[in-house]
Design a protein around this ligand. Structure first.
Ligand code: PLP
Length: 393
């Protein structure tokens, strides 16, 4: 199944960095090997920790899928190259090590942590579990990330969405008002995708504690490391305190490992076990685990990335605002969400013609809005010029 952000209705020539690597027949570790200037076979036989970046294909600025333009930690790349030959083995032992590392970092027990190949399988599995063979009900917001809602719909359960606030943020009061005995889960994405803004942490805490009395409350923290104040907004303490809350995390965003695939969840031990089973326990990829462990050990990486994303989102915000567009205020992730005065599918086509790929789909109720994520310097420059042309009045 494709990632929703890579599905585009606009013409999307295969010109991404990923396409370049795919064209050469390389998987993720192979890509690291390419980065080191050697073939896939050679990387296994003679690993080399030195990694040079492959040439960047500039035919298309890739700003549609909320990937990191800044790449993974150098330590993660080196670890993947150095340990590439270990991928001949299943990663059970290393998976346990990573769980222990995450548990220590988050202040929970390893039994409360579960891993998956990215967080997409976690969201899908959660949707499957809470659908209760079609009898379940999810309460969430409109204009939020589709992982859980889509899964719930596919499993035939009821989906209740509440409108955004006047500031285009998730309305926790409206969501709370929809919770009933029928509700089998709630889902809050914070920062929210696509709007990029956050809910007040005190309100979220109160909401989650109340909601969790009825059914598990899933808080998707895929972008949390990008926000201005991680400590004020992180919600893992709710799990520590024993509430029926699930936290979703991914290495795809600030850690720059979208193609490598590694996500994790934190929940009460029973649900964590159920989630591990539902995400096909034992199927987590070895290279992803190696890269994740190295990323978490690289204390300088997150502080180095945070200002880059902040500068990028502020730049995009200023450009869109300067063009007089309605825009979701205070973006805290890697993207901005704004109105473009035409169906986003048409806008995406126009942007693609200028060499910029933006998200190709739209969110119900926000058909004339787009979401653009932070790019590298050349991508940001091209995007600004394209926006000024496409949105010229
Ligand atoms: C809020 C949110 N959660 C989860 C995911 C899933 O990402 P991944 O499967 O790469 O971990 C995404 C992807 O864009 C996302 O935006």
């Amino acid at each position: 199944m494709r990632h929703p952000d890579t599905i585009t209705e606009a013409p999307a020539p295969e010109t991404s960095r990923r396409a370049l690597l795919r064209g050469l027949g390389l998987a993720s570790v192979g890509a690291a090997a390419l980065a080191a200037g050697c073939s896939k076979g050679e990387a296994v036989a003679a690993p080399t920790p030195a990694a040079a970046a492959p040439a960047v294909d500039k035919s298309m600025a890739i700003m549609g899928a909320n990937e990191s333009p800044f790449g993974p930690s150098k330590k993660a790349i080196a670890a993947m190259i150095e340990k590439a030959s270990l991928t001949a083995r299943y990663a059970d032992g290393e998976g346990e090590e990573l769980k222990a590392q995450i548990a220590a970092m988050e202040g929970v027990t390893p039994e409360q942590v579960f891993l998956a190949n990215g967080s997409t399988p976690i969201l899908a599995a959660f949707g499957e579990i809470i659908s209760m063979k079609g009898k379940g009900q999810l309460v969430t917001s409109e204009a939020t990330y589709e992982g859980v809602p889509r899964s719930v719909k596919e499993y035939g359960a009821e989906l209740i969405t509440t409108p955004l606030t006047a500031d285009y943020a998730i309305d926790l009061d409206a969501m709370a008002a929809k919770i009933s005995k029928k509700t089998t889960a709630t889902y809050v994405c914070n920062p929210n995708n696509p709007t990029g803004n956050m809910v007040d942490p005190v309100k979220l805490r109160v909401f989650a504690i109340e909601a969790a009395k009825t059914a598990p409350c899933f808080i998707d923290e895929a972008y949390l490391h990008l926000c201005d104040d991680y400590n004020a907004n992180v919600m893992t303490s709710l799990v520590r305190e024993g509430h029926n809350v699930v936290i979703g995390r991914t290495f795809s965003k600030i850690y720059g490992m979208a193609g490598q695939r590694l996500g994790y969840g934190i929940a009460q031990p029973e649900l964590a076990k159920q989630m591990a089973m539902a995400t096909r326990m034992g199927g987590v990829n070895h290279a992803g685990i190696i890269a994740a462990m190295a990323s978490l050990s690289d204390a300088e990486f997150v502080p180095m990335m945070q200002p880059k994303f902040k500068a990028g989102r502020e730049k995009l915000f200023a450009v869109a605002k300067g063009l007089g567009r309605k825009i979701a205020a205070n973006p805290q992730a890697s993207f901005v969400f704004f109105e473009v005065g035409m169906p986003n599918t048409v806008f995406a086509e126009k942007m693609a013609a200028e060499g910029v790929r933006v998200v190709g789909r739209a969110w119900p109720g926000y058909e004339n809005w787009t979401r653009i994520c932070v790019g590298d310097d050349w991508e940001m420059e091209r995007c600004e010029a394209a926006l000024k042309k496409v949105l010229a009045v």
